[in-house]
Ligand binder design. Structure first.
Ligand code: NAD
Ligand code: IPM
Ligand code: MN
Length: 367
C-alpha cells in the first residue's frame, strides 16, 4: 500500500507518528510493504507554500492508495475567512478524494469506563457507528459567503441534498448494520427542514431493500439527548454532514475522550483515515495527546483500503490490551491507571502488543 501521511497541525504530527509506527510494526510481522510519503496540509502548508492544500500534496494523495491524516487548524488563522483557513485544505481534500461516507465508531472500553462522564451502568457496552455524510449539506452548498443586504453585512450558507447523495450514504449505513446489530437510526430535522424531509423519505425507501435491518428516525435534538441518556439504544446512526460532526464529538464523550475516536472515509477513489479530534492547540507539543484514535484509524485503513481484516483486528485487540494493562494518556486517566504515558510510549506499547499477539498466534499454530 502506498500511504500518504498528512500530519498537519498541533497534535496532528504527534498522533500520526504513532499510527505510522504501528503500521510499520504490522508490516514487519506480516511481510507487507507499506510505503509512506509525508506531505504538508493545513496551517503548516499555508506557512510553507501559501496554500492549505498544495498541489503536490493533493497529487500525492490521488496517486496513492490511502491517506492518513492527523489534524488541521491553528489559532493564528481563526480570524481568516473560511477559504483561507487550514480547515479549507481538509475540505478540498475530502472533496477531491471523493469519499462521501465517513464512518466514526464510538466504542466504550470497559478498562477506561471511569474516564466517561456517564455512570458506568449507562455507558458500559456502548458501541455506536456514526455514518456521517461528508460531501454535502451546509459544508459545500452554494450559494455561500458574506454579502450585503440593505446596506447591512450578512452571511449565508446553503443546506442542499439530492436524492442520489442521500441514497448512496444510506446504503453504506445499511450494509454496515448487516454486519453489526442490524439497526439503523436515521437522524434529521424533518420537523423543520425540507432537506431533512427528503432525507427521511429517501432513507425509508432505501430501507425496503434491507428487510433484515430495523430502521428508526430521530430528530437531531432528541438524538443528542438519547445519546447521553441511553447510548446502548444505538447501533448505526446515519446522518447528514453537520449533524454528524456534532453528534460524533458527543459520542466521543461517552467513551471518555475525543482522542479515542477514529474515522474512515470511504466511497471515493482514495480512502481517507483520520481521528475525529482536531489539532488540540491547548495540549500540542507536550507529548500528552491521546493517539488511540489515530492508531485505530490506521486499523480502519487496513480494513477498508487494504482488505487486511486480520491485521486490522490485531491493532484493535492491541489497543484493548494496552488499555487493560492500565496505560493511559492524561485525558483517559482515572480508576485502573497504572501509568500515565506519553503519546510515544502508547504507540510503542501498542506495537509491543501487536508483536505479542502475533507470537501467540504463531505458538498456537505451532501446537
Ligand atoms: P479539538 O478536537 O482540537 O480539541 C477539543 C478538546 O479535546 C481540547 O481540550 C483538546 O485538548 C481535547 N483533545 C482533542 N484531541 C485530543 C487527543 N487526541 N488527546 C487528548 N485530548 C484531546 O477541537 P477544537 O479545540 O474545537 O479545535 C482546535 C482546532 O482543530 C480548530 O482549528 C479546529 O478547526 C480544528 N479541528 C480539526 C479537525 C480535523 O483536522 N479533522 C477536527 C476538529 C477540529
Ligand atoms: C471533523 C472536523 C472538520 C469537520 C473540520 C476541521 C473541517 O471538525 O472532521 O470533525 O467539520 O468536518
Ligand atoms: Mn468535528
Amino acid at each position: 500500500m502506498k500511504i500518504t501521511v498528512l500530519p498537519g497541525d498541533g497534535i496532528g504530527p504527534e498522533v500520526t507518528a504513532e499510527a505510522v509506527r504501528v503500521l510499520r510494526a504490522v508490516a514487519a510481522i506480516h511481510d507487507h510493504e507499506f510505503e509512506f510519503v509525508e506531505r504538508p496540509i493545513g496551517g503548516i502548508a499555508i506557512k510553507q507554500t501559501g496554500s492549505p492544500l498544495p498541489s503536490l500534496t493533493l497529487d500525492t494523495c490521488l496517486a496513492g492508495d490511502a491517506v492518513l491524516l492527523g489534524a488541521v487548524g491553528a489559532p493564528e488563522y481563526d480570524s481568516q475567512p473560511p477559504n483561507l483557513r487550514p480547515e479549507a485544505g481538509l475540505l478540498l481534500l475530502r472533496r477531491a478524494l471523493g469519499g462521501f461516507a465517513n464512518l466514526r465508531p464510538a466504542i466504550s472500553y470497559d478498562a477506561i469506563e471511569s474516564a466517561s462522564p456517564l455512570r458506568s451502568e449507562i455507558a458500559r457496552g456502548a458501541d455506536i457507528l456514526i455514518v456521517r455524510e461528508l460531501l454535502g449539506g451546509l459544508y459545500f452548498g452554494e450559494p455561500r459567503g458574506f454579502f450585503s443586504s440593505n446596506g447591512e453585512s450578512a452571511a449565508r450558507n446553503t443546506m442542499v441534498y439530492s436524492v442520489a447523495e442521500i441514497e448512496r450514504v444510506a446504503r453504506i449505513a445499511f450494509e454496515a448494520a448487516l454486519k453489526r446489530r442490524r439497526k439503523v437510526t436515521s437522524v434529521d430535522k424533518a420537523n423543520v427542514l425540507e432537506t431533512s424531509q427528503l432525507w427521511r423519505q429517501t432513507v425509508s425507501r432505501v430501507a425496503l431493500d434491507y428487510p433484515e435491518v430495523t430502521l428508526d428516525h430521530l430528530y437531531v435534538d432528541a438524538c443528542a439527548m438519547h445519546l447521553i441518556m441511553t447510548p446502548l439504544r444505538f447501533d448505526v446512526i446515519l446522518t447528514e454532514n453537520l449533524f454528524g460532526d456534532i453528534l460524533s464529538d458527543e459520542a466521543a464523550a461517552i467513551t471518555g475522550s475525543l482522542g479515542m475516536l477514529p474515522s474512515a472515509t470511504i466511497g471515493g477513489a482514495v480512502g481517507l483515515y483520520e481521528p475525529v479530534h482536531g489539532s488540540a492547540p491547548d495540549i500540542a507539543g507536550r507529548g500528552q495527546a491521546n493517539p488511540f484514535g489515530a492508531i485505530a484509524s490506521a486499523a480502519m485503513m487496513l480494513r477498508y483500503t487494504g482488505h487486511l481484516e486480520q491485521e486490522a483486528e490485531e491493532i484493535e485487540e492491541a489497543i484493548r490490551v494496552v488499555l487493560k494493562a492500565g496505560y493511559r494518556t492524561p485525558d483517559i486517566g482515572g480508576e485502573g491507571t497504572r501509568h500515565i504515558a506519553k503519546t510515544s510510549e502508547i504507540g510503542q506499547l501498542v506495537c509491543d502488543a501487536v508483536d505479542e499477539l502475533a507470537d501467540m498466534r504463531h505458538d498456537y499454530h505451532a501446537v
